[in-house]
Design a protein around this ligand. Structure first.
Ligand SMILES: Nc1ncnc2c1ncn2[C@@H]1O[C@H](COP(=O)(O)OP(=O)(O)OP(=O)(O)O)[C@@H](O)[C@H]1O
Ligand SMILES: [Mg+2]
Length: 361
């Protein structure tokens, strides 16, 4: 006697064309109805291509007809949510709507801090948020999100993100031994990123933020080739030496065809809690010319604030513990601007990473 479980077990052998994961792994099977004469299987796939639909339909019918004499009807739809992203090209994670890369030219300017606080602000606004720590050389997200030492759950070769503050989080730090990645060379970084993208089981995500290693290297290229990244954010501190590197980071976004959502000026001034006097320790407002040159926007200025550093060190993020303070409001404002930018990118046709695919000789 067939039932939903036995049919799903059979469908777990149907590979989604062009990928090495099945339609069950991707959660594409939405409904299975069995009545006296007809067995109907309803699936949702991101692609509208007729050849993919035909190929899937044939394979499903071939496999399921081995289980039953019933007439088999396969209904293939496109999910409604897909309309909110219009990106195309190679996409290893078709069930995620939008990808955002947070980069900086220089190390230690506050990328990870900015990424986690924007992620929290987006989740507070009701978005389904994913956060992927792609910093192969120094993954900090587990500590900042308060999940250091928490072991993720494995399902076969796949791995479930860890939930923290309502956000699905995965870090390369949870997957590789501490220190092991420090000696990785280019191809290994690329492979690790691709492997990570293949193996993580994200559960419907509106916006997936990538916290990147500093600089412009293999990790950035591997991601941009694997996914259509809808927005790039550049984090910088105000001093000149940081700004020089920021220009390189912005150039990289342009070379990778990633639309630039804007710049976050971090550690932008310090307001003395005792006197209320403002000190421009690293300078302030210095990003304006870069913003103008790249025809983008200043997403926000975040001051130096001890609570930001403490929050990162002990997993008590300022946006969680003090959501109404001025700094948390600035992160919310950055999150709003980012979301508006992504909506605009999608309305204007989305992004396409076809032109940056590796050349095969
Ligand atoms: N606005 C801020 N006020 C106070 N401390 C901050 C601020 N932004 C970041 N920090 C602190 O500065 C340090 C570096 O920040 P963070 O780790 O986010 O930088 P990063 O750019 O991700 O570094 P890396 O390049 O190593 O990945 C951390 O200790 C963090 O808590
Ligand atoms: Mg970092």
């Amino acid at each position: 006697m067939i039932n939903e479980t036995s049919i799903k077990a059979t469908l777990a052998n149907v590979i989604y064309p062009g990928f090495n994961r099945t339609i069950i792994d991707f959660d594409f099977v939405k409904e299975i109805n069995i009545n006296k004469e007809i067995l109907s299987i309803i699936i949702e796939i991101p692609s509208a291509e007729v050849t993919i639909k035909t190929q899937l339909e044939e394979e499903i019918i071939n496999r399921v007809s081995l289980l039953t004499e019933l007439k088999i009807e396969v209904i293939i739809n496109q999910p409604k949510v897909q309309k909110e992203t219009s990106s195309h090209g190679k996409n290893m994670l078709p069930n995620i709507r939008n990808f955002v890369m947070v980069s900086s030219g220089k190390g230690g300017v506050g990328k990870s801090t900015t990424t986690v606080n924007i992620a929290i602000a987006l989740a507070q606004q009701g978005k389904r948020v994913g956060l992927l720590d792609a910093d192969v050389y120094g993954p900090n997200i587990p500590r900042m999100m308060g999940i250091e030492g928490v072991q993720p759950v494995f399902l076969g070769k796949n791995i479930k993100p860890i939930m923290a503050h309502g956000i699905q989080v995965m870090s390369i730090g949870s997957l590789v031994e501490r220190g092991a990645s420090l000696i990785w060379k280019g191809a290994m970084v690329t492979q690790a990123i691709e492997q990570m993208l293949e193996d993580i089981l994200w559960d419907k995500v509106d916006i997936l933020l990538f916290d990147m290693p500093p600089g412009t290297g293999d990790a950035q290229l591997a991601l941009a080739q694997s996914l259509p990244v809808a927005a790039g954010i550049c984090v910088t501190t105000p001093q000149k030496v940081a700004l020089d590197d920021t220009v390189r980071s912005m150039d990289m976004f342009q070379n990778l065809n990633i639309p630039i959502a804007g710049v976050v000026e971090n550690m932008s001034g310090f307001i003395c809690p005792e006197s209320g006097k403002e000190y421009a320790i690293f300078g302030k407002g210095t990003t304006a010319p870069i913003v103008k040159n790249f025809n983008t926007q200043l997403l926000g200025e975040i001051p130096i604030e001890p609570a930001i550093r403490e929050g990162g060190d002990n997993g008590q993020l300022i946006s969680v513990v003090a959501p109404n303070c001025e700094t948390a409001k600035r992160y919310q404002d950055i999150a709003n601007k980012l979301w508006d930018f992504i909506v605009k990118v999608n309305q204007e046709g989305g992004v396409n990473n076809q032109s940056i695919q590796p050349t095969i000789f």
